[in-house]
Design a binder for this molecule. Sequence first.
Ligand code: AMP
Length: 398
Amino acid sequence: MLQFDQYSFARKKVLIRVDFNVPLDEHKHITDDTRIRGAEPTIQKILDDGGSVVLMSHLGRPKEGPTEKYSLKHLLPRLAETFGSDKVSFVDDCISDEAFTLSASLQPGHVLLLENLRFYKEEEKGDRAFAEKLSHHGEVYINDAFGTAHRAHASTAVIADFFTSENKGFGYLMNAEIENAEFVLHKSKKPVTAIVGGAKVSDKIQLLERLVDIMDNILIGGGMAYTFIAAQGGKIGNSLFEPDFTELALKILAKAEQKNTKIYLPADSVSADRFAADAENQTTKSDMIPDGWMGLDIGPEAVETYKNVVLDSKTILWNGPMGVFEFKNFSNGTFSIAEAVANATDKGAFSLIGGGDSVSAIQQSGLSERVSYISTGGGAMLEFLEGKELPGISAIRS
Ligand code: AMP
């Protein structure tokens, strides 16, 4: 595979799979352009080298072919802002004759954006003929779409077969995502701490099983904590509970003890009398939640303990919120942890915010600039951390 930063793209036509799956409001304005900003350095390097760029991406989940709402044309003004309106063009079908005519005549320094790949069902099916057609848009294939690297789709994985190893590689974003995750998992300075939260233990069980081998500390919060607490015989009221996972939860606790990994469960919780922003709330021990009440946040004692562990850590991985942080009364745990992660980073720790809701918590708290790295891939980062081989990565490496 080619080494992106050492490669000269002069006079090359480069087909890049980006992840431009950005949120749009009802006027089709981009409400968060993080993913576009993430891919810009890769595009810019190729243009600066004197190459030209064909961009392909998906947007949303169109069900039945072309849908105005999911057209990538809505992103054109944003791309024109960065690369110049005379340099960026768009074609309304990713494999039409017109698309191939435009990509064939693309001049150095210019960018062609293809219409949403998912307007063709073949994309998600990983159809080989479709992937081969797409491959004709460039001499070099770069994958910079970490957010879809866990999918074996035509443009993310299958297409790589149509390029020789020296003509395919990762862009800056993909390299950064892989390097940062590998750093946390394999080269981290101790003590290394994982903060794992979110709704369901079933979604995070594989992650926890792996982290027990790697981490010094694991801080568990969010709805998933209550299955652990119930498994140990605690009273959790109406809190989230997955009875099928109690045995596995106990196994993980036992394995952690064997491996000298310290697993923390929240000593106390802020509970609600119903799942609502304006619910009544009370703080109790997490294993003594009254009937009819549900734990929606870690309590002040847990916050204090977790903060101290975070502040003593040299490496921190955070995946998943500590509570229902969308409701103000149950957001203290998540935002306190966000602040502790930022403070630990100020003191020299390396922090990786790995995916999904913990990313939006960091962004909402205005602390994005004070953590080391924020991943752009929710599901992809989770699978990478679980130790799974991601199709988008292995297709380039093989
Ligand atoms: P996940 O996608 O698994 O990371 O879960 C994130 C979601 O979990 C967020 O929308 C939170 O509101 C929710 N969540 C966190 N803690 C709890 C809890 N104690 N009870 C119910 N939902 C929770």
